[in-house]
Design a protein around this ligand. Sequence first.
Ligand code: T5A
Length: 214
Amino acid sequence: MTAKFIVLEGLEGAGKTTALKFITAWLQQQQIEVVSTREPGGTVIAEKIRTLVKQAVANEPLTLMSELLLMYAARVQNTDVIIKPALAQGKWVISDRYFLSSFAYQGGGRQLEIAAIQAIHQACLGEFKPDLTLYFDIEPELGLSRAKGRGALDRFEQQHLDFFIRTRQVYQKCLAKDDTIVEINAGLAIEQVNAQLIKALQTLLLSLQSQLQP
Ligand code: T5A
């Protein structure tokens, strides 16, 4: 079976990390070998970058362009060290966030020029992209209240609501333009979210089976 690359996207508290565990277990039940990763992070070096971007440093703001470049540095590391080798070995890969996060957060939230992000993206990843992106759509207030329930907020979670409204708008625009992105209504109870996930995964498996038929 051809290995697939699945990405989970959405605002804070949308339920991506919770879903990653569910999807991994579901795919393993179908006898599919799965490697999971996250962004920023996944490798030792990329996890160090994650710490850098998530924590504020006293008296030195991280510039917007530095933030974007650090996200892409972590992404290239994750892609070359974990994602591509696993796919080449026939393992499926699930990533908690990938490049859509940069377009949504740095392009939407931070309002960096999309053309600049596209140029960096092209230099770093070329045409490489996920086979399926599950976009967890949630009202920012609800997502943030779930994230707050977990404890101290990071540098992103401390942004004003407007930041997350703009971020969500970019996600929704991308969803409308790309049929490899599937929307999950993340505001529902976990059982209802899981039912939507199973449907999307079954559709992916069916399309794979029909491609393999002579
Ligand atoms: N970032 C990242 C960028 O700006 N640019 C980039 O290019 C990249 C890659 C990463 C930050 O970096 C930014 C975006 C982020 O701000 P992160 O911690 O990896 O930070 O990502 P978050 O999305 O912030 O992680 P969260 O853990 O907050 O969100 P999740 O993973 O979507 O939510 P999850 O599963 O942990 O659930 C949160 C809580 O809600 C509960 C869970 O039990 C948990 O307590 N929950 C539900 N409750 C009710 N109903 C449901 N359906 C629920 N699903 C989960």
